[in-house]
Design a protein around this ligand. Sequence first.
Ligand SMILES: Cc1ncc(COP(=O)(O)O)c(C=O)c1O
Length: 388
Amino acid sequence: MKLSERAGRIEPSPTLAITSLAKKMKSEGRDVLSFGSGEPDFDTPFVIKEKIKKALDAGFTKYTPATGTQKLKELICEKLKKENGLDYKPESVVISSGAKHSLYNIMMAVLNPGDEVLIPEPYWVSYPEMVRLADGLPVFVPCFEENDFKLKPEDVKKKITDRTKALIINSPSNPTGAVYEESDLKKIAEICVAKDILVISDEIYEKIIYPPAEHVSIASFGSEIFKRTIVVNGFSKSYSMTGLRMGYLAGPSDIVRAIGNIQSHSTSNPVSIVMRGLEEAFWIDDEIEKMRRTFEKRRDVIVEKLNGIQGISCRKPEGAFYVFPNIRSLGMGSFEFAEKILKEKEVAVVPGKPFGADENIRLSYATDDETIRRGLERIEEFVKKIQS
Ligand SMILES: Cc1ncc(COP(=O)(O)O)c(C=O)c1O
């Protein structure tokens, strides 16, 4: 069968590939320690599970409006107002099956063939592939480790052409954990307003953030940037419910209307009982804070241990649950490192190359303390062996 050109343009997700290989090795009885996963290791909060069960028992199992329930949209607007200072009406919100789905819908709604999307590099692996699927062209803007992997406003300017349609901002970032400061975001916002560029602000890790870093939405810097920004967020990471698939976007009415049409002819509404469950358990700040604090402790341990290994250097992430250590001095690329350490030490890490950073590897610390402790010991042994 001759497949579509579109399907041929994209690669399978390398993060999922390494996680499933590690899972396979585990199922064969091998003692694999995995730092691959992009999902919190905590159980989904009890109250959310209970409310979803209740919705199921109450028979809330039929179609809802394609863009999500009115009640959940209202709660999302309340959240965006209270926590981000953003004024949206429920009509400006589309709830989808995960933030990934929201991002995909955006690309389908705004890109024409050849339209360029600026993507800060290192980037989450799905951004360029989604742009390509929608016939757009990803344009990478390098962010250097010396600058804490953050975009410099002048580097954004250099990459703008008359085909530039949008810029993706992901703060806190996967894979680097970088969190943008307000002053830099403001300058980036000014450029986007001056050049009339749409900002796609992926804020999915918003609540997994470590003081003194603070989350600010780029959309909050006045009406001009507000009308050029689509805010993307979701429940997967902060509510520890990745498999329940619930995300959302809010943005300008013309784009939101187009996205609503696309969703109504593709997936229709996201899962009814999960929406109803969230309607009844939307504010779970204490639960979220408990998980955030645990992540923060783990971050401190993992960063200190990695920096104690000669040949590895690791900046301290301000958000999300990933570290992105540099392995340049070990004399091998990130794929070689990841393959060798999986085979020789049964430690699963994700190579940085698919994120646009071959000198780095990504370790998720969304895993238990014991795995972190034993895994770091094995990484140290592995690195010592390379250097001996
Ligand atoms: C930066 C970023 N954005 C979006 C997503 C998508 O999350 P979900 O589709 O589970 O809501 C992820 C998941 O790994 C991510 O890392």
